[in-house]
Design a binder for this molecule. Sequence first.
Ligand SMILES: [Zn+2]
Length: 330
Amino acid sequence: MIEKERFVPIRIQKNHALLKRIPKNHPKRPDIESDQTRRLAGYKGEQAIDFYLSKLPEKEFLIFHDLRLSNGRYFFQIDTLLISASFALVLEVKNYGGTLFFDPDFNQLIQTNNKGETKGYPNPIEQASQQSAELKKWFQKPNFAIPVEFLIIISKPSTILKTAPGYSKMLQKVQHAQFLLRSIEKIKVSYKNEAMTPKDLKKITRMIIKEHIPETVDILKYYGIPPDDIQTGVICKVCSSYPMKRHFGIWYCTKCQSKDKDAHVHALKDLFLLNKNSPLTNQEICRFLHLPSGDIAKKLLTSMQLPYSGSKKGRVYFPPPGYQQIKELE
Ligand SMILES: [Zn+2]
C-alpha cells in the first residue's frame, strides 16, 4: 500500500517556475536548464519503477516515496522505501544510460555513453549503504530493530552493467528495474521472522509521515538571482505571453485575445515557489499579479480560500494546502 505518494519533486517545480519567469537571455538560464534536465530524467527514472512496485502484494508492503528524514544535524534522502513486517528495503533509483562500470579500486561509478564519452559519479552502492545505515539508526529511536536492506535500481533496461573481474558480487545490489520483484522475493526468503507487529507498522508509518521534512530552498538565493530579474504578471496559458489584464473579473491576453477566469491561480503558485518566505502580504500579491487595487486582490484570495493569519493590514496569506502535490508539471 502506498503510504506516501510520489509527486513532482519540489526542486523541479521551483526550477520550472523560475524558467518561466526569467528572460530568455538570462545568464543563469543555462545552469538552471541543465539542472532541470538532470532532475527531470531522475524523476522519470523513479516513475518508471512504480509500474513494478504496483505488482507487489498490497497488504505485505508499505511504500513511501521521496523521503527526507534526519538523525539530528544531517538529512538523508530515500527515493523509495518499502517496509514489510520482516524487513525494510531502501531503493536508490538511477536513470543512467550507456555502460556503467563500478570501479572497486576508486569506489566510483564510470559511465560511458554511446559516443564513447565518460563521466564519473560517486558510487551509488556506497550512497545507498550509507542511507540504510542512517535509516537503521533512525529506527532505533522508537526502538524498532528491523533489518534494513538496499538495492540500486537502474531504470533504463538498455543500460549495461560492468565491474572489475572478481567483483561481480558487488553488483548483487544493483538491478535493472524489471528484476526488482525477483530481488525483493530473494530478500524475503532471507528474512522470515516478523520483526514488526501490525501495531508497530502503524506506528512507524505515522512517524515517517510526521518526521518527513520537505525540502525548502530559496531558489533565487541558490542561483544568485536578484528578485527584480523575475518577470511578474499573470501568464497566458495559450500563448505564454504576459502580463494578462484583468477586466470585470476575467483575465484577458492582449496578444492572443484569449480569456481566462482562473489564470491568477498559476501565477500565485509561481510566486509561492519563488518566494523566500511562504506567507505573502496582500501588497506582494497585488504587485505580482498586476492588480490595480488591494481590494481586488483580497476578493481573489478570498475566492481561492487561501489560508491566512492576521487581520487588516497585517494579514498574510499561506499557500493553498497541497499545492506542491502534483503528478505533472503545469
Ligand atoms: Zn495569449
